[in-house]
Design a protein. Structure first.
Length: 84
């Protein structure tokens, strides 16, 4: 990395993502799924899917994703589990 590139962002490394059709700001780079949920005001108990070419791709709650900006996500209540 060139010397002049190191401080280039000066803390302005936020990009916009879309969560449930609303824009939110989040740091660019590798983010835990829980951080994406928090940034998009999604309850941590809900599931998060990424919209890729019009298809919903489920994301692992314990995983992470590289945020570049412009990513779109949809949340939904977790289904399944024990029934009464």
């Amino acid at each position: 990395m060139k010397e002049e590139e190191k401080g280039q962002n000066n803390g302005h490394n936020y990009v916009e993502i879309i969560v449930n059709d609303s824009p939110y700001k989040i740091h660019r780079g590798n983010q835990r799924i829980s951080e994406v949920k928090t940034a998009g005001n999604v309850p941590l108990a809900d599931k998060l899917d990424q919209v890729v070419n019009g298809k919903l791709i489920p994301l692992d709650d314990n995983g992470s994703i590289v945020i570049k900006g412009g990513e779109e996500f949809k949340s939904h209540v977790q289904s399944g589990g024990a029934s009464s």
